[in-house]
Design a protein around this ligand. Structure first.
Ligand SMILES: Cc1cc2nc3c(=O)[nH]c(=O)nc-3n(C[C@H](O)[C@H](O)[C@H](O)COP(=O)(O)O)c2cc1C
Length: 171
């Protein structure tokens, strides 16, 4: 259990990758961790798109401030809300957040690195058009991942607010 807490705390957003393909087995393993996320009423409202094609990565990247990450990451996972099977929009979206985190943790646990890309949501319609997806699939974001470029990420740090700032009441 302590190992899990250490895994959670040592995960960082990785934005630099080696130019090395990720094995399909690993891609399916991290998506498998995603599908085991909790969701309201066990609704499992998520759908995944796996992108390895360079032309598609380029086209989607053009829509984002984080273009370089979209282009350089060996794999992009698009995560979509299936609005045809919504039971409660807010709760379904929270479940999708849990799915994102499961995937990010699985990527980290397997020795790879990834980052949640949400800024692209400003262009969700354009992304769906590029991917030729039906209208009931609403983009929730991407996870870009691959083998980390250890040289470029060696000074990576992140901070969190102090726990005492976050606990507003203890009764
Ligand atoms: C909803 C959401 C959207 C995010 N969107 C982006 C993004 O578009 N581009 C990016 O580089 N990082 C993005 N991030 C990653 C955050 O910047 C990162 O998690 C935060 O700075 C904490 O750093 P850490 O993950 O290394 O601990 C996003 C994270 C979340 C949860």
């Amino acid at each position: 259990m302590n190992d899990l807490i250490e895994l959670i705390k040592s995960r960082r957003s990785i934005r630099h990758f080696l130019n090395k393909p990720v094995e399909d087995e690993i891609i399916y393993k991290v998506l498998d961790a995603g599908r085991w996320a909790p969701s309201g009423l066990n609704n499992q409202p998520w759908k995944f798109v796996i992108i390895k094609n360079q032309d598609l990565k380029q086209k989607i990247g053009e829509l984002s401030h984080y273009k370089r990450i979209f282009i350089e990451a060996p794999v992009l996972i698009g995560i979509f809300l299936d609005t045809n099977s919504i039971y409660h929009r807010e709760k379904d979206i929270m479940g999708i957040g849990a799915c994102f985190e499961n995937i990010l943790l699985a990527i980290h646990a397997l020795g790879l690195g990834g980052v949640w890309l949400g800024e692209i949501l400003k262009a969700k319609k354009e992304v769906s058009e590029i991917l030729n997806l039906e209208e009931h699939l609403e983009l929730m974001g991407f996870i870009a991942f691959g083998y980390p470029d250890k040289e470029k990420i060696k000074n990576l740090k992140s901070q969190r607010k102090d726990l005492k700032e976050l606990i507003i009441k203890e009764a």
